[in-house]
Design a protein around this ligand. Structure first.
Ligand SMILES: [Zn+2]
Length: 324
């Protein structure tokens, strides 16, 4: 949920990804441009010239497409991929192998399978993101062939933007819950990248103070209620995001985490903090951030939101509880 600012360093990483893409493959591996060329010929043989032109455009712009930034995605679609409408991409046309739709064949030929399984992984690791960028409720980590890996989602859906299926800035870590929702509906876009420094944290969580009173009377954490918020007047950005990913209902499962922060809010004060620091500093030689992480139980800095699930929730509630 914390965004990544597109800096020259991030652009360098994207370029490194594009420059190294499939370079370590053996001679059996069919490179995207070769597979796409064969596919375009097949489409032409079947008289599907407008489809073939779409494939040609991918070949012509292949390298640029790998590194274009999100604010240029629609420009590319309108400028170079306008021979087909969105509904055309969903068709099975003569020249498509098997029962596959046109966009699915594009995704195959561009070798998204190999990108998802191998190529993009080291770059997500370098970005330091371990949680789902949509919900921050789960890790986006799974295992594949007994190796820890990332689940990856297309920010701009491959059914409408198949040419972006292996683009660096279109691939982002996502959990199973959010991935499934996105695979059924494709009318909401949330990119984990931004080029606007003030948009790095578009959301925060806020706890309903009446629910705290109810909790204090009953000690039943089920009464605790919190909401995703954004800084726009009507909270519309957060409502749309939360509705799309069903976050209200998902987060009702995490009231126990909020409960612990309420306890800490009541107990932790400056004297307690100093006492802890004096007791343990010699043993562990804490840095201030580490010490806060130790006694609060979560990463306190907003730059670390994507490192561990529920960090956005914990940071929001801790702020409201006056925890420092
Ligand atoms: Zn998620």
């Amino acid at each position: 949920m914390r965004k990544i600012l597109i800096t020259d360093e991030i652009r360098r990483l994207a370029k490194e990804y594009a420059d190294n893409l499939f370079t370590k493959r053996n001679s059996q591996f069919i490179m995207p441009e070769d597979g796409l060329r064969i596919f375009a010929n097949e489409l032409r043989l079947h008289g599907k010239d407008n489809y073939a032109t779409y494939v040609d455009a991918i070949i012509d712009h292949y390298y640029e497409i790998l590194i274009i930034e999100p604010n240029r995605f629609d420009y590319y679609k309108n400028e170079y991929f306008n021979t087909l409408r969105d509904e055309d991409l969903l068709q099975h046309v003569n020249g498509c192998p098997g029962n596959k739709k046109f966009y699915e064949v594009i995704v195959d030929k561009m070798r998204y399978d190999a990108v998802q399984k191998k190529e993009i992984r080291p770059y997500i690791k370098k970005l330091g993101i371990k949680t789902c960028v949509y919900c921050n409720a789960s890790y986006a980590i799974a295992t594949d062939d007994n190796k820890a890996t990332y689940q990856v989602d297309h920010c701009f859906p491959k059914s409408k933007y198949p040419f972006l299926c292996t683009s660096f800035f279109n691939l982002q870590p996502s959990c199973m819950h959010c991935n499934q929702i996105k695979s059924k509906k494709d009318d909401y876009i949330y990119s984990m990248y931004t080029d606007v420094p003030t948009e790095l944290t578009p959301f925060y969580f806020s706890i309903d103070s009446r629910s705290i009173i109810k909790y204090m009377l009953t000690h039943n954490s089920d009464y605790l209620r919190f909401k995703l918020k954004s800084n726009d007047d009507e909270n519309e950005i957060a409502i749309r995001h939360s509705d799309f990913f069903h976050l209200d209902s998902l987060y009702t499962q995490f009231t126990d985490a909020a409960e612990e922060l309420i306890w800490k809010g009541k107990i932790f004060n400056a004297a307690y903090r100093n006492q802890l620091m004096n007791m343990y500093n010699k043993k562990i030689a804490f840095g201030m951030d580490d010490f806060k992480r130790f006694y609060l139980g979560f990463y306190p800095d907003s730059k670390d939101i994507n490192k561990r699930p529920l960090t956005l929730l914990m940071q929001g509630i801790a702020k409201e509880m006056g925890l420092k």
